[in-house]
Every structure is written in C-alpha cells, then in structure tokens.
Design a protein around this ligand. Structure first.
Ligand code: ATP
Length: 752
C-alpha cells in the first residue's frame, strides 16, 4: 500500500508556493471530480488535506477545521468525505482498488483529529513479483520466473535426509541395474557373432548366451522390484513427514492467517503438492543421478567402439535442443495455467460442499451444478489443450532424437555388407544407441517434472515458512485465572488500516456477567474473539488477574475458557467424545455431571446408544437444541472461570431455549461471563450491559439504568418489543407458537 508516492516537481512546487505545509502523506487515486479516470493525488501535509487532479490543486481543507472523516464504501468504488464547518466535502473518488488506501487515510486523519497521530509507512501488498512484474501464482507469493529452484531442491533433499540410507540403497540398486544393462549388449554381440552368424558356432555356446541373457533379464527384473519397494517406502515417508509438518504449521497459525487462506488451496498443498514432491523424489530425483551416469558411460562406450558412428548418433542433437528449449517454456506456462484453474476448481468445490445446506435450502442445486461445471470445463479444456500440445511435441522430439539411428543403420549396415563390421557389433552398437536415446528422451521430459516439483515444493515451503503464531508458547506462564478481566485502551482491526474496536476500556470483576449489546457490526463478536485470543490486540492490552493475556500460555488459558456459540460445531464421533473434547482426561462421571448441568443428560439417556450415540458429521444427527446442550456440557466440563456465550440460544425454539436458559443460569454462577444475545430479554441476568457503537463503548449500566437513560439500548429494547408484539399478533393469527427464523428476528427485524 502506497502512502508516500512521487508527486512530481510541478505539484510539489505548487504546494510549496501556496504555503500548504510540509508533505507527510501522498497517495495516488484514479477518478476525478467529474467521474472520469485521470491521474489524481491526495496529499496530507501537516496543515492541510489536499486533492490534486491533473497537476491542479482542486481542494484544500485545513486540518484544524476538519470535524469528521469517512471513507465511504460504494458498490465497486469509494469516496472520501471530509466534514468541515458542518459541510461535507467529497474530496476524492476512487475505484475499489484504492479502497484499502483510503480506509488507511481515514484512519490517519482520525488519529490526527484524536491527537494521536503516528507515522505510517507504505507497505507491500502487491500480487505481482517486484523483480519481474509477473503475477504471483494464485494464492501464493511465488513468482514462477524468479523463484530459487535450486534452493527449493536443497530443502527437499534436507527433508529427505532422515531416509538417506534408503536413498543410498536405491542408488546402489540403480548402479547394479546399469551394470547389467551395459553388460547385456556385449552378451548379445557375442551370441550373434559367435553362435548365430558363425557357421562353426556350437549349440552349447548359443545355449550359454541365451542363459546369460535370461539371467540378465531376471536380474534387472529383481533389481526393478527391489528398487520400487525401497523407493515407495522412502517417498511415502517423505510425503507423510511433509504432510505432518504442513498440518502442524496450520495448527500453529492464528485464525487471522487461516482465514486469509482458502481451504481448498490448503488441502491441495497438503495432498497434491506433497504427493508430487514424493513422486518426484521416487521417480525422478534419485534416478537423475543414475541416468546421468548411464548416459556418460554409454557415450564413452560408443565413442570407444566407433567414434564415427557415435558422432552420427549425436548429429540431430543441436536441433533437438533448440526445439526442447522452446517447448519447455511453453509447457511450463501451460501447466501453470492448468494448476491455477485446478486450484480454482478445488476451492469452488470446497465452497459449494461447505454450503450444501444453503444450496439445498434454496433449491439451487442446478446453480451449484452449473457453477462447478463451469470451472470443471475450464480445467478440462486446459488439460486437453496441454495434453494435445505435449502429446504432439514430445513424440516429435523423440523422433528427432532417434533420427541419428537411421544414419547409423545406413553407415553400419554398409560396413556389415562389406564385411568391415560384424552383425553382432552393429546390433550391440544399436542397443547402446537406444540406451542413449532413452536417456536423452528422459532428459527432454525432465524440465517439466522439475518445474512441477519446484512449484509444489514452493507451495509447501510457503506454508512452512509462515511465521508461527504459537511457537513461543512454552515460555508463557500459567498464572491463576480467577476471572478478573481488564480491557485497557484496546484497539483492533482485521485489516491494519481499519480498526473495528477502538480504545475499548472496561474492568470486569470476578464472577460478573456482562451482556454485550449493539447494532449489527458494532464489534461484539470481535471483542469476544479478542478475549478468546483468536486474534491479538493491535494496541492496548487485555489483562486477566493482572497478567497480560499475551503472556499467558495459550493452551492453559483456553482450558479456563468455556465457549458456547450460536452454531455449535460437533465433531463426527460419539456424544461422549464431543463432551470430552475440552477435557480429554475426563471421567464418565465428569461427563454425566456436565451433561446434567447442561440439561442434556435426559435426552442423551433416551437415545438408543446413550452417550455412545454417533452424532454424525458436524452433529447433523441431533437437533439444533440438542447440539447446543452438548456444546454447553463441553463448555462446562473443564470448570472454566471465564464463560463466553455468543448467541447461545439463538437457533432454538422457545421451549428448548427455556431449558438452555435454565442450564446457562446454573452455568454462569461463579464465573465471569460475556454474553451476546440479540434477544435482549435473555441478558436479564447480566450485572452490566455494555452497549457498543462502531467499536467504542457507547453506554454501560444495568437494564434499568440504560432504559432510564433512553439512549441506544432503550431504542433497541423498544424496537424489539414492537417486533415481538407484531410477531405475537401474527402468531395469534395462525402462525403457531414457534418463532419465525433463527431467534425470531425475521428479515428487517430490529437491530441487536
Ligand atoms: P453481529 O451482531 O451482526 O454479529 P457484531 O457486533 O458481532 O455484529 P462483528 O462481527 O464483531 O460485529 O464485526 C465488526 C466488524 O468487523 C464488521 O464491520 C465486520 O464486517 C468486520 N469483521 C468481522 N469479522 C471479520 C473478519 N474475519 N475479517 C474482516 N472483517 C471482519
């Protein structure tokens, strides 16, 4: 993100001449005041806010007069609005590309207005390689052109090191195989010269050579089997190790980093990319050493036997290398495109499968089929195109590589006909030549394998190289957690330039229950996310019993935290294993106690398999209310000191809600509790209600105090009462006793 760009001499002189102050920030943007694309700049000096279009200063607003700043997000475009003397000036218009930059401008100006100005630097967010300007591979920061492939393979080799004995065995087997291969044409030559074409040849000699040939074949088959067993073992171990490392790296990443990654893409890295590296090591890596040695040995043998014929074999090579070089670039480009498309297809598939309930609910199966068919068709077409290209170019290359053999046949055949060369010698030479061609053929395909493996290795290492968010956890302390929580000037934004929580300060005492209230998007869940330490605060601190949350061991802290969310996720497994999730060493008595607190024991006992009942993937075999009560049992089993209830009763009917509320009433006793609920009546037990507005505390107090104040909270309560009355009337008119929609807030319902 550019925060200080070159303005050019003309503009700088104009700013200086008009004494508008020293330039602190300067950013480009793309739409002028008439809505036309043009070259524009927004400049912040230490005195003024200036917009410039086509080298002309258009607006100058003194900072001291600025009352409000807002980067307004429109559809596909944005506008920076600055209010001075109660007049709102739209000082800059820009397309979506510039929105993050102007969100940052809003933040910078707001900080100046709040008297908290700090220096912000430009930072890199580009999707292009700064070196060559090419696009990075999709969802990565890998430049296909500039990446260090040698370094990649060194790292792969280092990862394969634990299996080095297996690789040494593979090498030895390869060499044995090569030795037998080099011996076979010699046997063949003697058999033809001494036994087949020799009029005095004896049958016993022929039998001897046939037996030797058979032994050679048996040996190569046996070596091939042994080599395969060893290589499969080595490569699978490497793949397993890599998968383990990538997976544990993902577990060590904070939720912010994980959210920025696509599930499908990550699955591809764990599955396909590691597999490709393993395949490369198994079939290409070790073999390359062997192929090079075999190639050189055969070349020496050929030149020693007959240097003229050896030169004839190599005659087409210069042309072949030119074609291979050109084809290599084209193949690489095509396969990168294919991968990009295949990544897109996986992501789409993942997205649709995750949202299958919504697809079914809206009857959009055809849409889902079309969506997938579209990306699958793209992959199919690209794949056919690539295979057609490869299927054409490589046979041509192979034919050209082998073209020298025609010269050898012509030249050598002539020598045999004239009696200057024996037939066995020519056959031996031709067999060695075919070895050479096979090696050359193999080398021609090598760039493609190298390119595939290098890209996969880069994709894997990119994850492994991510900074781990949890890696220093062992050093953290495990102080006693009683539930006294202080938020001190907490500021946080999912994007560095847009704060969602702003200077939030609150002292919550042990055992207190806080109800978080506010309009949608006010920042309630974000505050809970910070308390759960899914994200770390940008500024300020959260302390638990006097200890900074960042200094507390994460696992220990989570053990003291009980969480019940609106959509409780249950893992595929038994009810017992799901309740034990928060306390793996829990006894059956612990589980039953937790289930009883959660009002879940009775319904569990009514199930045919009781606590051993399989809940299905995501717990789909249970009702929403049953899932929720199991989630409460899971939250309570470790006897946490801090409890978080985020819309815990939102997606259940009134009767179930009463049971859950009763369970929660028992649960919150003696624990510090944060509860978000859009049905404000469910927060009646809260000691204090904290009303959030745009990430700041707007009101704090009990229900009665806030109603008396007649502010935001009172407004929300009144709106909800009106809505409830409307729902009740509608219910009376035949809608039944159940709330409509989750939590009874239908479309357009009152804000929380
Ligand atoms: P609601 O009552 O609708 O759940 P809320 O008060 O809990 O709203 P938050 O979910 O905390 O609000 O969201 C506050 C702001 O942060 C919103 O503008 C939202 O778009 C943004 N936001 C929330 N989660 C993310 C995220 N993972 N990445 C980026 N922005 C986010």
């Amino acid at each position: 993100m550019i925060l200080r760009c070159e303005l050019g001499k003309v503009i700088e002189e104009k700013i200086e001449k008009a004494a508008l102050g020293e330039i602190v920030y300067s950013l480009p943007y793309d739409v002028n005041e008439k809505g036309m694309f043009s070259e524009n700049f927004f400049v912040i000096t230490h005195k003024n806010l200036i917009s410039i279009s086509n080298d002309e200063i258009k607006t100058v607003l003194p900072i001291e007069k600025v009352e409000k700043v807002k980067a307004v997000e429109l559809v596909g475009a944005g506008r920076l609005e600055i209010t001075c003397d109660s007049i709102c000036y739209p000082v800059a218009k820009y397309t979506a590309e510039y929105m993050p930059q102007f969100a940052m401008v809003e933040r910078i100006i707001q900080e100046i207005l709040d008297g908290e100005a700090r220096a912000h630097e430009s930072f890199e967010e580009s999707k292009r390689c700064p070196n060559c300007g090419r696009n990075y591979l999709r969802n990565t920061r890998i430049c296909p052109q500039c990446s260090d492939k040698k370094g990649m393979f060194k790292r792969v080799a280092a990862m394969a090191a634990p299996c080095k004995n297996l690789y040494i065995i593979m090498l030895v087997l390869f060499w044995l195989n090569s030795a037998v291969m080099l011996l076979a044409p010699e046997v063949q030559k003697r058999m033809i010269n001494d036994a087949i074409t020799n009029p005095d040849g004896k049958l016993s000699v022929l039998i001897f050579f046939v037996v030797i040939t058979a032994i050679c074949n048996i040996l190569t088959t046996a070596i091939g089997i042994a080599r395969r067993i060893v290589s499969v073992k080595a490569s699978n171990r490497l793949v397993k190790d890599m998968r383990g490392e990538v997976y544990s790296k993902l577990q060590q990443m904070g939720i912010g980093k994980l959210e920025s990654k696509k599930t499908g893409d990550m699955m591809q890295r764990i599955n396909r990319d590691t597999m490709r590296i393993g395949h490369f090591i198994q079939n290409i890596g070790v073999m390359a050493v062997n192929e090079i040695i075999l190639f050189l040995s055969v070349a020496v043998v050929l030149f020693v036997y007959n240097w003229r014929m050896a030169i004839l074999i190599l005659l087409p090579m210069p042309f072949v290398s030119i074609i291979v070089n050109k084809a290599r670039h084209e193949v690489r480009r095509r396969y990168h495109t294919q991968w990009r498309k295949s990544d897109k297809m996986t992501s789409k598939l993942n997205d649709i499968l995750n949202g299958m309930r919504v697809v079914k609910a809206f009857g959009r199966e055809n849409w889902a089929i079309e969506q997938f068919a579209e990306v699958a068709t793209e992959v199919k077409e690209q794949s056919i195109d690539n295979d057609r290209f490869s299927g054409t170019i490589w046979p041509i290359v192979r034919f050209l590589v082998g073209f020298g053999s025609y010269f050898v046949l012509l030249y050598g055949g002539n020598l045999v006909a004239n009696g200057a060369l024996k037939l066995g010698d020519l056959m031996q030479f031709s067999t060695y030549a075919s070895y050479l061609y096979n090696r050359l053929d193999w080398f021609a395909m090598l760039p493609r394998h190298l390119s595939e493996a290098a890209t996969s290795a880069q994709r894997v290492f990119e994850v492994l190289d991510e900074e781990s968010d949890y890696d220093t956890e062992e050093k953290k302390g495990c102080p006693e957690i009683k539930g006294d929580i202080i938020f001190k000037d907490v500021t946080f934004g999912y994007k560095s330039y847009r704060s969602v929580i702003k200077n939030f300060s609150l002292h919550v005492k042990e055992g207190e229950m806080i109800g978080l209230v506010g309009h949608s998007g006010a920042g309630k869940s974000t505050l809970i996310n910070l308390l759960m330490r899914l994200y770390d605060v940008d500024d300020g601190a959260i302390t638990i019993n006097g200890n900074n949350l960042k200094d507390i061991d994460r696992a220990y802290y989570k053990h003291n935290l009980g969480i019940v969310l609106q959509e409780s996720y249950l893992f595929a497994g038994s009810i017992l294993s799901n309740i034990c999730y928060a306390k793996p060493d829990a006894t059956v008595d612990d589980v039953v106690r937790a289930a009883k607190i959660a009002n879940a024991h009775d319904f569990i006992m009514r199930l045919p398999n009781g606590y051993d009942t399989y809940v299905g993937e995501k717990g789909y075999r249970l009702s929403g209310g049953e899932r929720q009560r199991i989630a409460i049992a899971r939250a309570v089993i470790s006897d946490p000191k801090i409890l978080i209830l985020d819309e815990a009763t939102a997606s259940v009917d009134t009767e179930t809600e009463a049971q859950i509320q009763e369970a929660l009433g028992r649960l919150v006793k003696g624990r510090t509790t944060f509860a978000i609920a859009h049905r404000l009546s469910t927060l009646k037990n809260a000691n204090r209600l904290v009303v959030l507005e745009e990430g700041r505390i707007a009101e704090v107090g009990t229900h009665n105090q806030l109603m008396e104040k007649d502010g935001i909270y009172a407004g929300l309560v009144k709106a909800q009462r009106t809505m409830n009355a409307m729902n009740f009337n509608a219910d009376e008119g035949g809608m039944g006793g159940r709330r409509r929609g989750p939590g009874g807030r239908g479309p357009g319902g009152p804000p929380r």
